[in-house]
Design a protein around this ligand. Structure first.
Ligand code: NAD
Ligand code: LEU
Length: 364
């Protein structure tokens, strides 16, 4: 990857490479765009096949956060961190504290939280070194684990997508194929089960599968079979790029609505599913519940206020589908336009009223 070329192509502001030999920390913080405010995005810990794959993931995820935060109406920019390593074996206290010091060095340009492979306990360690972290233990006045809230947002967004796909937002009797039943999808399955949906699930983690089979009566299938399940809704809730040339021909679902980030391998895959008549709930619009929840900490966390905002994901998905129909464009593009439009408008308003981030009257 030619880093500067890639950064220029998508207008990235900054990439910070952090290493700490003692603890084994190898982290990449990508800050995409801070027009709307400081970059807020989670930290993913994953066993990347190569350094290049880690850079690519950090960059793609950071850009996704810019769009997610903008589309959700938050006054926050987009960033993300990836830590290279096995979250089951390679974590230690020094690693997260060293990482916290690197975040502190950015002086508020980047604020972190959980993502795949990191937990509230990890965020608490980061918090030992910096205040620029959210999703820490509720005992600190924080919002805690964002996953259940993300799941609730995906659930309400799925209902809005179902309304467009089936004429009703009821999920009772609908069959939902869920790929990955980790932190978010376990909670999503609970909501779906409570509404009377039928669940077909898969995961590389057999215990996670067994839990939803036992608790919610889900049917388990092999990881390679999830795409061709005879279902109404496909809910990708594991990793990205799973809507691609190999999987699209297998899909039977009328609606795709799930938590995973970067579900489309390439934008042309969004065009393809649109042409097939599939209602796609754009990933960063439907999975914004977690970031909406942690962002509320910036105002002094209030769960009721945060959950009310998360319920707005229903209307946001409706809005994207409306734009898609009006402009005859795929929903992923409609969402991009909605987010870009907000960033453009806010950039202008900042130009009018703010200089160096301060209101012009503050110089009096
Ligand atoms: N946690 C949040 O609040 C949040 C918010 C927004 C988006 N997301 C996104 O949602 C997705 C899930 O997040 P999570 O926090 O639940 O992570 P998680 O790690 O708890 O769950 C992911 C699950 O996917 C499984 N998995 C991995 N590869 C798989 C494969 N090939 N096939 C089937 N299963 C596989 C894992 O074993 C794990 O159980 C991620 O893409 C994440 O970026 C999470
Ligand atoms: C800030 C976090 C809650 C971010 C979350 N992992 C996401 O992708 O939206």
């Amino acid at each position: 990857m030619e880093l500067f070329k890639y950064m220029e192509l998508y207008n990235y502001e900054q990439v910070v490479v952090c290493q700490d030999k003692e603890s084994g920390l190898k982290a990449i913080i990508a800050i995409h765009d801070t027009t709307l405010g400081p970059a807020l995005g989670g930290t993913r810990m994953w066993m990347y096949e190569s350094e290049e794959a880690a850079f690519e993931d950090a960059l793609r995820l950071a850009r996704g956060m810019t769009y997610k935060n903008a589309a959700a109406g938050l006054n926050l920019g987009g960033g993300k961190t990836v830590i290279i390593g096995d979250p089951r074996k390679d974590k230690n206290e020094e690693m997260f504290r060293a990482f916290g010091r690197f975040i502190q060095g950015l002086n508020g340009r980047y604020i972190t939280a959980e993502d795949v492979g990191t937990t509230v306990a990890d965020m608490d360690l980061i918090h030992e070194e910096t205040d620029y972290v959210t999703g820490i233990s509720p005992a600190f006045g924080s919002s805690g684990n964002p996953s259940p809230v993300t799941a609730y947002g995906v659930y309400v967004g799925m209902k809005a997508a179902a309304k467009a796909g089936f004429g009703s937002d009821s999920l009772e009797g609908k069959t939902v194929a869920v790929q990955g039943v980790g932190n978010v999808a376990y909670n999503l399955c609970r909501h779906l089960h409570e509404e009377g949906a039928n669940l077909v699930v898969t995961d590389i983690n057999k215990e996670a599968v067994q839990r939803v089979v036992d608790e919610f009566g889900a049917k388990a299938v092999d990881i390679n079979d999830i795409y061709e399940v005879d279902c109404d809704i496909f809910a990708p809730c594991a990793l990205g790029a799973i809507i691609n040339d190999q999987t699209i021909p297998k899909l039977k679902a009328k609606v795709i609505a799930g938590a995973a980030n970067n579900q489309l391998k390439e934008t042309r895959h969004g065009d393809l599913i649109h042409e097939m008549g599939i209602v796609y709930a754009p990933d960063y619009v439907i999975n914004a519940g977690g970031v909406i929840n942690v962002a509320d900490e910036l105002y002094g966390y209030n769960r009721e206020r945060a959950m009310k905002k998360v319920e707005g994901i229903y209307e946001n998905i409706e809005k994207v589908i409306e734009i898609s129909k009006r402009d005859e464009i795929p929903t992923y593009l409609a969402a991009d336009r909605m987010a870009e439009e907000r960033i453009r408008r806010m950039r202008n308003s900042r130009k009018q009223f703010l200089q160096n981030g301060q209101h012009i009257l503050s110089r009096r």
